[in-house]
Design a protein around this ligand. Structure first.
Ligand code: TMP
Length: 210
């Protein structure tokens, strides 16, 4: 696989969306073909699983299995083929979100998630597929909660209490600490212009954009 795979993470309300769209435009301006996608979702099947995960009550293991099932379909049908075509894949959330939400938020077994990660993202004898860069929009849960108050009708996760998001944020920090080379931790409690400058700097530092 020869394309570039970048994922975007953060608690709900961290403000990823506008920066993902801007980054897509920046890559396209360089003549790159961009596959803009999201998790859970990105294929017809995975979008159906997304609807279930975001709306239906279920236990943590069921939730973890459904997001990994969606991820498998997404990798096989969309991400791996796009990377093989040398495209830029910009993915709004990937496996770090599972460790953060199901592992941190729900308290589901971290080692079990690591096993699922190896199975689902393994490509035969090849190494486990991971983004080469993960941009983590780090925002204090209290600030994110204030932003979400005026937003759309909350889904199952957005409606969770503050303590849930404290655990999600701590789990993101744990994933970041375990893979510093892959993560760019960006302070999302700045003006949009400052956040964008940090996003661009992270991408340029890895020579993904001039
Ligand atoms: P979004 O609203 O940013 O598209 O994310 C959908 C929600 O799904 C968000 O609250 C995080 C949650 N989620 C999980 O719980 N586990 C996962 O593996 C992923 C990718 C998302």
């Amino acid at each position: 696989m020869s394309g570039s795979f970048i994922s975007f993470e953060g608690i709900d309300g961290a403000g990823k969306s506008t920066h993902i769209a801007a980054l897509s435009a920046a890559f396209q301006a360089q003549g790159r073909v961009v596959t803009l996608t999201r998790e859970p979702g990105g294929t017809a099947l995975a979008e159906q699983l997304r609807t279930l995960v975001l709306n239906d009550a279920m236990d943590a293991m069921t939730e973890a299995l459904l997001v990994f099932a969606a991820r498998r379909d997404h990798i096989v049908r969309v991400i791996a083929p796009a990377l093989a075509r040398d495209e830029v894949v910009l993915c709004d959330r990937f496996t770090d979100a599972t460790f953060a939400y199901q592992g941190g938020g729900r308290g589901f077994d971290w080692d079990m998630l690591a096993i699922l990660e190896r199975w689902v993202q393994g490509q035969g004898a090849a190494p486990v597929l991971q983004p080469e860069l993960t941009i983590w929009f780090d925002l204090p849960p209290a600030v994110a909660a204030a932003r979400l108050v005026s937003a759309r009708v909350p889904d199952k996760f957005e409606a969770q209490p503050r303590a849930f998001f404290e655990q999600v944020a701590a789990a993101y920090a744990r994933r970041c600490d375990a893979d510093r080379a892959r993560f760019a931790r960006i302070n999302a409690h700045q003006t949009p212009e400052q956040v964008w400058a940090d996003v661009l700097a992270a991408v340029r530092q890895r020579n993904l954009l001039p």
